[in-house]
Design a protein around this ligand. Structure first.
Ligand SMILES: [Zn+2]
Length: 172
């Protein structure tokens, strides 16, 4: 089920359109330091695990650089595709961590081999969900909306389960 879900190229195009909309808004606002025009200066990226279904829009992260001499400030909009500096797409970090307890060891191993995720990497992601994410500013700002409160040991599965959305694509 999960693998078919992850192979739906329309989902990745949908995420790219969201990133484009966020980036257009940031670019329209101009440089936060001097008000200068922001020019495209994308970061090259090589997301691991699901390259086969990704088009060339996934070979870079949208980013801008101020065009004014003496400023040249870098401006990287938030992304729903790339999670910080992680080499795996955010969707993999969410789904595989959420599935960690729900799959038989054999199915889990097969999925991790297909997606080129090592057990150590998955372990680090789970640590990140339980320790770094609960302390992050976005979660600190959002956690008040979840009643009864969510326990960090159950991240990210319990969080996905609480979000509204008709299907897994929307909740992600
Ligand atoms: Zn500037």
């Amino acid at each position: 089920m999960c693998h078919a879900f992850l192979n739906d190229s329309r989902f990745y195009q949908f995420l790219f359109r969201i990133d484009q909309a966020i980036a257009a808004e940031v670019q329209a606002g101009g440089c936060p330091t001097c008000g200068g025009a922001l020019h495209s200066a994308r970061y090259p990226r090589k997301p691991r695990g699901i390259r086969g279904v990704l088009d060339e829009s996934y070979e870079s992260r949208l980013s801008f650089c101020c065009a004014e001499d003496g400023c040249r400030r870098r401006c990287t909009p938030p992304s729903v595709r790339f999670l910080g500096r992680k080499v795996y797409l955010g969707v993999l970090v969410v789904l595989l961590s959420a599935l960690e307890h729900g799959l038989s060891p054999k199915r889990r191993q097969r999925l991790m081999e297909t997606l080129e995720v090592s057990p150590q990497t998955l372990w680090r992601w789970c640590q990140w969900w339980r320790e770094s994410f609960p302390a992050s500013r976005p979660w600190q700002a959002a956690k008040g909306y979840f009643l009864p409160p969510l326990a960090p040991e159950q991240f990210p599965g319990a969080l996905l389960g609480r979000l509204s959305g008709a299907d897994l694509h929307q909740r992600l």
